[in-house]
Design a protein around this ligand. Structure first.
Ligand code: SF4
Length: 361
């Protein structure tokens, strides 16, 4: 049963240079038509009960909050309702509207406290704007807040990362996501060396641990009880529906992607054409492999009992050779937690996670 909904708002004030999300600047003229199409798409579903709703993008806070309010009226309440906000689009009014509509989690991108680097990577906000926005979010009474950080940025030093982390620790958000820019190395110059980039990651793990954050996924840290329920649904291979241009869904072992072009999305909805393309139809074997890969992203790893229960398979026997190879390379280990055995990444495995995934594809 679908318990999670993702809603995509593809508009941004300015396109960040590293961004490969389905998001666009200078398309404001389409906002009203897009949102009307989104309401129509949403109305096709009758969700009786939801655990999580995630409104992402793009920049959902870039558009008038009335649209978000309208959209949430169409959905049942959920335990976790997140809205992504860009610091320079945060206002008291929008926050109050979100709050009254049931939003209980805000996610904001800081990326770094260094203004020069923010400019280099094309972020539209300054550090000062982030500070003000964060204050407004807290004043509005949002307790559960995620902040995104990035490391491996052009000209960034380990000291820069430390400053960003120390600042974040001082404001104490409940959740911190830290991503490396490494995948976008082709478009930037003056990137830190691979060794420095890894040092930045280790420093992040160390400082956040000291500050009481639990690392629960390769790039995600939270105070106890504040893990992102929505992302956990993805990593637990639970079903979800994605609404909006380019949004993905996973239902009945099928992965779908919506029409990504905003204009096409609007016109297809308008005339009643299909907007969902099937990307993958999984058999049991595909599901199992994907489940293992998704769960290995989590620090706890994949429960051997759970695999048996879910797929009727002994994980260790099924992937005996692969696990042996990875174990010899010290990339995975078996450990006991909650009275169960888990296969999980080692510290080294977190650095070479892609190599581990390859074994299960
Ligand atoms: S604000 Fe987010 S979605 Fe928009 S361009 Fe920047 S990274 Fe991409």
């Amino acid at each position: 049963m679908v318990k999670s909904v993702y809603i995509h708002i593809p508009f941004c004030k300015q396109k960040c240079l590293y961004c490969d999300f389905n998001s666009f600047q200078n398309k404001e003229v389409l906002i009203d038509d897009y949102m009307k199409a989104l309401y129509k798409e949403c109305a096709k579903f009758s969700f009786s009960e939801l655990e999580t709703i995630y409104i992402g993008g793009g920049t959902p806070s870039f558009i008038d909050s009335k649209y978000i309010v309208e959209l949430l009226k169409m959905l049942p309440n959920a335990k976790e309702i997140t809205v992504e906000m860009n610091p320079c689009t945060v206002t008291k009014e929008k926050l109050m509207d979100y709050k009254n509509a049931g939003v209980n989690r805000i996610s904001m991108g800081l990326q770094t406290t260094n203004d020069d680097i923010l400019k280099t990577i094309g972020r539209v906000h300054t550090f000062e704007e982030f500070k003000k926005a964060y204050e407004l979010v807290k004043e509005a009474g949002f307790e559960n807040v995620n902040v995104d950080l990035m490391f491996g940025l052009p000209t960034q030093t380990i000291k820069d990362v430390e400053e960003s982390l120390r600042y974040l620790i001082s404001i104490n958000p409940t959740h911190i996501s830290c991503y490396s820019l490494i995948l976008h190395a082709d478009i930037f110059k003056n990137l830190p060396s691979d060794d420095d980039e890894r040092e930045m990651y280790y420093l992040t793990q160390k400082l956040l641990k000291q500050a009481g954050y639990e690392q629960y996924e390769i790039s995600n840290f939270s105070k106890v009880g504040y893990e992102s329920m929505h992302n956990l649904a993805y990593w637990n291979q639970e079903e979800y529906v994605g609404l909006g241009a380019g949004a993905s869904s996973y239902v009945n072992g099928k992965r779908y992607t919506n029409e990504a072009n905003i204009e096409m999305y609007i016109s297809k909805i308008d005339v009643g054409d299909e907007i969902k393309n099937i990307e993958e139809v999984q058999d049991e074997e595909d599901k199992l492999k994907e489940y293992v890969i998704l769960r290995l992203r989590l620090v706890d790893g994949v429960s051997i009992n759970k695999v048996e229960e879910k797929f009727g398979v002994d994980l260790i026997k099924k992937f005996e050779k692969e696990i042996e190879r990875l174990h010899k390379l010290e990339l995975v280990e078996i450990c006991e937690k909650y009275n169960e055995n888990f296969l999980r990444l080692t510290k080294k495995g977190m650095d070479f996670a892609n190599q581990v995934w390859q074994e299960f594809i």
